[in-house]
Design a protein around this ligand. Structure first.
Ligand SMILES: *Cc1c(COP(=O)(O)O)cnc(C)c1O
Length: 462
C-alpha cells in the first residue's frame, strides 16, 4: 500500500509537471521524436520490473515524443485542452476501473452518465427527452446517430435492418454537403450504407448548406428513405448550417436530420453565439465532442437522439443475459453506444461541467471566439497575409501570398519554430493555414506570441 501511494503520488507529480511545462516547451518536440521514443522503449524482456521502474522508464522514453497538445499554443485540428478537474477525474476513473456497461457493473458510472447527459442537453439546448450515449468522439457519435437514423427510416418502410441487414432493403439516400466532415463517410461505410448513398448538396461561400439546393435534392431525388446530415461548425470555417431553415424543410419530406456538431454545437452554450445554431433542437440526432471545446481529456464524445427507441434498437444488446440491465428509469450506458465493456467516461465530463458551471462553459466559448477574432485581426494586419473565412466561431483560415507552396512553407516553418502548432488544410481549392482556438488556458499573450511566430515564418518564406 505504501508503495502504491508512492507510485501514484509520483505519477501525480509527473502529471502536474507536464501540465506546467506545456506553457514553456517547444509545442512540437524537436529532433527525431519517432526514433527517440522507439529507442527508449526497448524490447520485450523475459523478466518483469518493479512498477516504479516501469513508470520511470515509460516517462523517460516518451518524453521526446510528447506534443504540447494540452498547452495554450496548440492550435492544430480542433484540439481542446484538458481542464484540471476533468484530468484528475479521469485519473480517478482509471483507478476506480469501473466496467461502465450497465448499472449492475457500476451504479456510479451509470448514474454519473445519466446526470452529466442531462446537464449536457441543457447546455446544448437539446430536448431533455433525448437519449444519450457517451462515446469516444464525434466519429463514434456520428456512427450512433446515423445508426439510429438507419433504423428509423427503414423501420418506417417496413424493413427490420437489425435482423435482416441491408441486402434487399429499400434504398436509403443520405444528403450532405461536400464540406461534411470525413467521419460522416466512414460512419456510412461502417453502417453498410456505403459512401455511394451520399448525394452531395451545394454550399455557400462559407461552406454552409445551400437551403434551396437542399430543397431541390429532397424534391427531385429518386424515391426512398432520406437522411439529411447537417453541420454545426464547419471544421475549416466554423460556419454553421442554417438549421432553422434546413431542419423543418427536411422534416417536411419525412427525412431524418442528423447534426454533426463536434465543436460547433457548443455555440448553444453562450448567448453571444447561440443564434448560430438556432433551430438545432428540432433535429433527430446530434453528435458532439467532449475533448474539443468542453476541454475534457481524450477521448470523449456524446451522441444524442430525439428518438430513444430508434437509438436503443440500433445499439442495444440483444443477448438476453445483457439486456434490460438499466434500473427503473436509469438507462444502461452500454445500450446506447457501439462498445460493450468501456471506461467510465461520465466522471470527467461531470467534473468539467461542475468546474465551469453554466457561466464557465459560456465564458470558455466566448473567450475562444474572442481570441480567434484577435488572431484574425492581428494576422490580417501583416502585409501579404489574408484571412479567408468569416470568423464566426473559433476557426481562422489564413492564406500567405497567393500560392499554395508559400502557405505550406509558412505552416512548416511555424511548426518547426516550436512557438505554436497549427496545420494546413485544403479548402475551396486553396492550401491554407487552419487555426483553431479551443483551449481553456490560451491567453491574449499566447495569441500575440503565435501571430509573431507566424509573421516571422512568413517573412522567412517570402
Ligand atoms: C473533429 C470533428 C469530427 C470528428 O471528431 P473526433 O473527435 O475526431 O471523433 C467530426 N465532425 C466535425 C465537424 C469535427 O470537427
Amino acid at each position: 500500500m505504501a508503495d502504491l501511494r508512492t507510485l501514484l503520488g509520483d505519477v501525480a507529480a509527473r502529471a502536474a509537471d507536464h501540465r506546467a511545462r506545456v506553457r514553456e516547451v517547444a509545442v512540437f518536440p524537436r529532433g527525431e521524436p519517432v526514433a527517440a521514443v522507439r529507442a527508449g522503449l526497448g524490447s520485450l524482456r523475459d523478466e518483469g520490473a518493479d512498477p516504479a521502474v516501469v513508470l520511470a522508464e515509460l516517462a523517460a522514453a516518451v518524453e521526446p515524443g510528447l506534443v504540447a497538445t494540452t498547452g495554450p499554443r496548440y492550435f492544430g485540428f480542433v484540439v481542446g485542452g484538458a481542464l484540471d478537474s476533468a484530468t484528475a477525474a479521469d485519473m480517478l476513473a482509471v483507478a476506480w476501473d469501473q466496467p461502465a456497461f450497465n448499472a449492475v457493473t457500476s451504479p456510479a458510472a451509470a448514474v454519473v452518465e445519466d446526470v452529466a447527459g442531462a446537464w449536457l442537453k441543457e447546455l446544448l439546448g437539446l430536448p431533455q427527452t433525448a437519449s444519450t450515449g457517451f462515446v469516444t468522439g464525434a466519429q463514434g457519435a456520428n456512427t450512433v446517430g446515423l445508426a439510429a437514423a438507419r433504423h428509423r427510416v427503414l423501420a418506417d418502410a417496413g424493413w427490420d435492418v437489425e435482423q435482416n441487414g441491408l441486402a434487399g432493403a429499400p434504398a436509403v439516400r443520405v444528403l450532405a454537403t461536400g464540406e461534411r466532415h470525413a467521419t460522416i463517410d466512414r460512419s456510412l461505410r461502417l453502417l453498410g450504407l456505403g459512401a455511394g448513398a451520399l448525394q452531395p448538396v451545394a454550399t455557400d461561400e462559407q461552406g454552409r448548406i445551400d437551403v434551396a439546393a437542399l430543397a431541390g435534392a429532397l424534391e427531385g431525388g429518386p424515391p426512398g428513405r432520406v437522411v439529411v446530415c447537417l453541420q454545426a461548425g464547419n471544421v475549416n470555417t466554423g460556419a454553421c448550417d442554417d438549421l432553422a431553415a434546413a431542419v423543418p424543410l427536411a422534416h417536411r419530406y419525412g427525412a431524418w436530420v442528423h447534426v454533426d456538431g463536434a465543436f460547433g454545437l457548443w455555440a448553444a452554450a453562450s448567448p453571444t453565439t447561440r443564434h448560430l445554431v438556432e433551430g438545432v433542437a428540432a433535429a433527430d440526432s446530434w453528435a458532439t465532442d467532449g475533448h474539443k471545446w468542453l476541454n475534457v481529456p481524450y477521448d470523449s464524445g456524446y451522441a444524442f437522439c430525439a428518438d430513444p427507441e430508434a437509438h436503443r434498437a440500433a445499439m442495444a444488446y440483444t443477448a438476453a443475459y445483457l439486456t434490460g440491465q438499466g434500473q427503473g428509469d436509469l438507462r444502461a450506458p452500454g445500450d446506447h453506444v457501439p462498445e460493450s465493456s468501456r471506461r467510465a467516461r461520465g466522471f470527467a465530463t461531470w467534473a468539467a461541467l461542475r468546474e465551469l458551471g453554466r457561466s464557465g462553459v459560456a465564458g470558455l466559448v466566448e473567450r475562444c471566439c474572442a481570441l480567434a477574432r484577435r488572431f484574425a485581426a492581428e494576422a490580417s494586419a501583416v502585409e501579404g497575409v489574408a484571412v479567408v473565412n468569416d470568423v464566426v466561431l473559433n476557426q481562422v483560415l489564413l492564406r500567405f501570398g497567393d500560392d499554395d507552396a508559400t502557405t505550406d512553407a509558412v505552416v512548416a516553418a511555424v511548426q518547426r519554430s516550436g512557438e505554436c502548432w497549427m496545420g494546413a488544410t485544403t479548402w475551396h481549392g486553396m492550401r491554407l493555414m487552419r487555426v483553431s482556438v479551443s483551449n481553456w488556458s490560451t491567453t491574449e499573450a499566447d495569441v500575440d506570441r503565435a501571430v509573431r511566430a507566424v509573421a516571422t515564418a512568413w517573412r522567412g518564406a517570402r
